[in-house]
Ligand binder design. Structure first.
Ligand code: FAD
Length: 357
């Protein structure tokens, strides 16, 4: 019988790999970049610390993209949806899997890139698998498609570590019959509030603004406004959370500083994300402004460090308001691939106009 202390480890065939390009991140743009490189005969590997499409994997079940399917499809592979509707989380995860299979891309998941260091002929990328194996990959170039949502924003108030506080909606069913305080006032908060109310929760929103955010999507805002008007959802506009207790949250009115306790069973934070610029910083890439946007040549997506490129939402660091998203980041993949074979940068695509949010 094996002793409790044995630690079985098989030889790791992927302990040392050599490839032309390492792409850090297997989100939509990281995968699209791999497709574009393959089309130009360049071999690459995507390394992701989560599952394929980790950011989308974290969307609440059955939530729909805001963008139409044609705008989030990648590598020229059509994204068909059954009723010509916007794709759900599940549609898109299946789509991502099929793209990876169709192009037979090398994708390693649950493997975190911990360090990228220059080497004589390029870079060494050091990783750690979920099981704790340390690996290294040699590559001529590295593309950081690491996204901009590494961590969710926190309030920094007492009680925020209580088990009743969550930063992801998850499955709305769990909130049936419960009082939920949704903190935030943009798209995610608005959508969560409606879904929670439909799933039988008693929903209150706390938001710093005096009214619903004007950029809430045009098909979500009227519904939420109507729910608030008719008393189905309670809105505490012009408030901020100052403390979270076991069954109540203390809210402060921004107008006069007065405070009151809002009874609640659960608190759902929907106040945005922060990027993790640590790999860029460790490499010495120039970061710009408070958001720590990544300085780069827009024609090649190369950062201030030769051989290190950036793609996707990672370009903009922490985005308060989304300016870079899948829709307008497809071109990054094409530009990087063109640069690697010495082609001129492809021009900006002309995106069809959509109604403003
Ligand atoms: C509810 C919701 C709805 C949205 N709807 C839309 C929409 O309609 N249209 C749109 O364009 N955008 C939308 N977005 C934003 C969209 O998710 C992002 O634009 C998109 O995921 C960005 O793709 P990306 O490939 O640039 O980065 P990401 O998808 O964020 O991928 C980055 C990947 O890098 C990995 N990674 C990070 N650091 C490391 C590391 N050190 N080692 C290994 N892997 C690492 C992450 O695990 C992640 O999988 C929405 C977001 C949310 C939350």
């Amino acid at each position: 019988m094996a002793s409790e202390n044995t630690s079985p480890t098989l030889p790791d065939p992927q302990a040392d790999t050599t490839v032309q390009v390492v792409i850090i991140g297997a989100g939509p743009i990281g995968i699209e970049t791999a497709v574009e490189l393959q089309r130009r005969g360049i071999d690459s590997i995507n390394i992701d610390r989560g599952p394929l499409g980790a950011q989308i994997f974290d969307f609440p079940p059955q939530s729909r993209w805001f963008s139409g399917p044609e705008r989030i499809s990648i590598g020229g592979v059509p994204l068909e949806t059954v009723a010509q509707e916007k794709a759900t989380r599940e549609d898109y995860l299946a789509y991502l899997r099929s793209v990876v299979r169709q192009f037979d891309l090398a994708v390693r998941t649950f493997e975190s890139v911990e360090e990228v260091t220059p080497a004589d002929d390029g870079f060494v990328v050091r990783t750690r698998t979920a099981g704790g194996l340390l690996r290294s990959i040699r590559a001529q170039r590295v593309i950081l498609a690491v996204g901009g949502t590494a961590t969710t924003r926190r309030l920094g108030v007492p009680g925020e570590d209580r088990a009743i506080v969550s930063d992801a909606l998850g499955e709305p069913h769990r909130y049936f019959g419960r009082r939920v305080l949704v903190v935030g006032g943009k798209n995610s908060a608005a959508e969560s509030a409606i879904r929670l109310w439909r799933a039988g929760a008693e929903v209150t929103i706390s938001y710093r603004g005096d009214e619903l955010h004007p950029r809430i999507k045009y098909w979500i805002r009227p519904e939420l406004a109507s729910c608030i008007r008719s008393g189905l959802i309670t809105a505490r506009f012009g408030t901020r959370v100052v403390a979270i207790g076991p069954n109540a949250v203390t809210l402060e009115r921004l107008a006069d500083g007065s405070r009151f306790d809002e009874p609640t069973d659960d608190v759902l934070l929907q106040i945005g994300f922060e990027a993790d610029g640590s790999l860029f910083e460790a490499l010495g890439c120039e970061l710009v402004g408070p958001n720590k946007a990544v300085f780069h040549d827009p024609g090649t997506m190369e950062t201030s460090i030769p051989g290190i490129h950036v793609a996707g939402t990672a370009v903009n660091g922490t985005q308060g308001r989304y300016e870079v998203y899948v829709e307008n980041a497809h071109i990054h993949a094409k530009r990087i691939a063109a640069a690697m074979i010495g082609d001129p940068p492809p021009p900006d695509p002309i995106l069809p106009e959509l109604p403003e949010a």
